[in-house]
Design a protein around this ligand. Structure first.
Ligand code: 5RP
Length: 231
C-alpha cells in the first residue's frame, strides 16, 4: 500500500487550500495532519498568510513549532474557523472513529469549537460500517481502569490497554490518562454505544465522532474524493 502516503499528502494539501488569511485553525494529530502542517508552513512562507493554530496534541505542537507555525490556545480563541484532522475510520455519513494516536479528547474539543471540521485521510479509512476491523479508542482515568474494562466487556467490547511505543508501560495521554482500544466488532448503533460509554464514570471521552465532520477529503491511488455531510 505504497500509494497511501502520497494519498494522505494529497488529501492534506487539498484541505489546506480551504485555509484563508487570518484563520484560527484547529489541527489534530497523526501522520496525515503532519502533511497539512508542512503545507501550512509553506503557505505562510510563500504566500505570507497569517494563521494561528490550536493543536490537539503535544506532538502536533512540537511539529508546528519546528515549522515556525504560530500556536494559540482556547483561552485566547474559543471559536475556530476550520479544524483539519485525520481519522481511523470514516463512514458514508461522515461519522468517524478517531484516536488511535491517543489524542481523541483534545481532538474532539477542538472539532467542537470549529465552524468547519474537515477530516483527511487515505481511501483505506473509508468504511460501510464503523468498528469493522477497527477497535474504538476510549480515554479513561487510570483509577477507573478495572471498572471501565469490566463494564466494556458487559456491553460486548474487548478492551486492550494501549501501550507506550516501547511496549513496556501504559500509553499516557496529554491529559495524564490511559487509552483502551476496545473491539466491538461492527458497531450497529454508534450513537447508542457512545451514550453507554460516556455514562460510565471514569470514561473521559470516546473516539466516536458522530455528526461532527462537515467534509472528508480522501486521497485515492491517483486523486482525491470529496465527501460532504448529508450528501
Ligand atoms: C490521533 C487520531 C488520528 O487522526 C488518526 O489516528 C489517524 O492518524 P493517521 O493520519 O496517522 O492515519 O485520531 O488520535
Amino acid at each position: 500500500m505504497v500509494w497511501r502516503e502520497s494519498a494522505k499528502e494529497r488529501a492534506a494539501v487539498e484541505a489546506v487550500k480551504l485555509v484563508k488569511d487570518g484563520f484560527v485553525l484547529g489541527i489534530g494529530a497523526g501522520s496525515t495532519v503532519a502533511y497539512a502542517l508542512r503545507e501550512i508552513a509553506r503557505r505562510i512562507r510563500e504566500e505570507h498568510i497569517n494563521v494561528l493554530v490550536i493543536s490537539a496534541s503535544s506532538q502536533t505542537s512540537q511539529l508546528a513549532r519546528q515549522y515556525g507555525i504560530p500556536l494559540t490556545s482556547l483561552e485566547e480563541h474559543l471559536h475556530l474557523d476550520l479544524d483539519i484532522d485525520g481519522a481511523d475510520q470514516i463512514d458514508k455519513e461522515l461519522n468517524l472513529i478517531k484516536g488511535m494516536g491517543g489524542a481523541l479528547t483534545r481532538e474532539k474539543i477542538v472539532a467542537s469549537v470549529s465552524k468547519t471540521f474537515v477530516v483527511v485521510g487515505d481511501e483505506s479509512k473509508l468504511t460501510n460500517t464503523l468498528g469493522k476491523n477497527q477497535p474504538l479508542p476510549i480515554e479513561v482515568l487510570p483509577f477507573s481502569l478495572p471498572f471501565v474494562m469490566s463494564e466494556i466487556k458487559k456491553i460486548g467490547g474487548q478492551p486492550v490497554l494501549k501501550k507506550s511505543s516501547s511496549g513496556d508501560s501504559p500509553f499516557i495521554t496529554d491529559n495524564g490518562n490511559y487509552v483502551l482500544n476496545a473491539d466491538f466488532g461492527v458497531i450497529k448503533n454508534p450513537w447508542q454505544l457512545n451514550r453507554k460509554l460516556k455514562s460510565l464514570p471514569g470514561v473521559v471521552e470516546t473516539g466516536l465522532f458522530l455528526g461532527m465532520a462537515d467534509m472528508a477529503i480522501v486521497g485515492t491511488e491517483r486523486g482525491i474524493k470529496i465527501l460532504r455531510k448529508n450528501q
